[in-house]
Design a protein. Structure first.
Length: 137
């Protein structure tokens, strides 16, 4: 199942070349993940602050500019014991222009113990249901 979110490009997110600065994409992707968490785990308030970003990468395919809107398509590509992987594809809204492709690994983390922990079974089931059954968010 693909989770879709939108982001508008602000002038402050562009650079001297006139296109979106590479660092801005990581903010857009974080926003998309935040919306995903909010919508999937809406009844699980104690998930807030329980995940940390362990790894992220972004391949820049084409340019985007101030005033455009970006469509971010997000999927879960892997569910591990204590982590799962987001795959993102960023398009200029209303087109098939792929702007960026990204992956991010988030880990269920215990801040008191300062180490990762297995995903709680209820959260794992929610993620698996989303991936397998296409649960609508």
């Amino acid at each position: 199942m693909i989770y879709k979110s939108m982001v508008g490009i602000r002038f402050s997110e562009t650079d001297m070349a006139g296109h979106v600065n590479n660092t801005s994409y990581f903010i857009y992707l974080e926003e998309a993940r935040g919306k995903f968490f909010r919508d999937l785990f809406h009844s699980q308030e104690n998930t807030l602050g329980r995940f940390i970003l362990a790894s992220t990468k972004c391949d820049f395919i084409s340019q985007a500019y101030f005033g455009q809107n970006l469509l971010i398509e997000t999927t879960i590509s892997k569910i591990g014991t204590s982590s799962f992987t987001f795959s993102h594809r960023v398009y200029v809204e209303g087109t098939d222009q792929l702007v960026a492709a990204s992956e991010a690994v988030v880990v269920h983390f215990n801040y008191e113990r300062q180490k990762s922990e297995a995903l709680p079974s209820e959260w794992r089931m929610m993620l698996e249901d989303y991936v397998k059954k296409g649960v609508n968010l």
